[in-house]
Design a protein around this ligand. Structure first.
Ligand SMILES: O=C1O[C@H](COP(=O)(O)O)[C@@H](O)[C@H](O)[C@H]1O
Length: 260
């Protein structure tokens, strides 16, 4: 597992644009090397900000959208098309305006889908879809995602893994139903930390003063049960993309970087 690297941008707009540019390059490189790319999307303000910046980026046409697999790191368990769903929000800001192959877009099940209100059954079905997409070269029952995006909540949650809730302890399952989340809606579906750690690269996004404490805690050696963001690591790279406000409480040496 990789150690976290920190990149700080002036403000959240620049952070979103720079992250979008970085993601375009990563997708194009993966498509050139392996024929296709896979990205796990996140919800929240910073995740949607990145997608909106990607929609605006002229270089977005460098991506072969038909050879991109999209997955989600978590979902608010609501009916299909509900404005609270991360899938709905991603469609609005980007997905409906690019020529994706619908067979390669894998939203988490909705609460009016085949599993009804059973978030645990929905999680099981998503885990089965991930396992079916994993190949012998992958590290367990999830594909080796090229990039897995995570917004960091002010309480250090990532995906729908909240501090001290049962989902953050999960070591066997790759996807779980989440009940009683402190942030509405209370019922969610989430990848677990072992599934997140199967990704080649994990990028954590945090902008704004309300994320400063969370970034400082997670990057100062906290445990993953108390600070789930601390447990989100990629196999090759773990990248924290911050704006100056979110970086304002980082330990010295992490930011500003120690000078020689
Ligand atoms: O509820 C959620 O929150 C996190 C963080 O969102 P933010 O608005 O504080 O940036 C998000 O990453 C997650 O996907 C979402 O379901």
């Amino acid at each position: 597992m990789s150690a976290p690297q920190v990149v700080v941008h002036r403000d959240k707009e620049l952070m979103a644009k720079a992250a979008a540019a970085r993601l375009i390059t990563k997708i194009v490189d993966a498509q050139a090397a392996r024929g296709s790319a896979s990205v796990v999307l996140t919800g929240g303000r910073n995740g949607n900000g990145l997608l909106a910046a990607l929609a605006e980026a002229p270089a977005r046409d460098a991506v072969d959208w038909s050879r991109l697999d999209l997955w989600w790191g978590d979902e608010r368990f609501a009916p299909d098309g509900d404005p609270e769903r991360n899938h709905t929000q991603a469609r609005e800001v980007l997905l409906d305006s690019v020529p994706l192959n619908p067979a390669r877009v894998h939203p988490m099940p909705a609460s009016d889908g085949p599993y009804g209100h059973d978030a645990d059954a929905a999680a099981e079905a998503y885990a089965a879809a991930l396992a079916a997409a994993a190949g012998p070269e992958d590290h367990g029952p999830v594909p080796s995602f090229d990039v897995l995006l995570l917004g960091v909540g002010p309480d250090t949650h990532v995906a729908s893994l909240f501090p001290e809730l049962p989902a953050v302890y999960e070591q066997e399952q790759t996807v779980v139903g989440v009940h009683g989340a402190p942030k509405p809606p209370p019922t969610r579906v989430s990848l677990t930390l072992p599934a997140i750690r199967a990704a080649r690269e994990v990028w954590l996004l945090a902008a704004g003063e309300d994320k400063a404490n969370a970034a400082a805690i997670a990057l100062s050696g906290a445990g993953e049960v108390q600070a789930p963001a601390a447990g989100a690591r990629g196999r090759s790279r773990t990248l924290w993309l911050l704006d100056e406000a979110a970086a304002s409480q980082l330990p010295r040496g992490l930011y500003p970087p120690a000078s020689a």
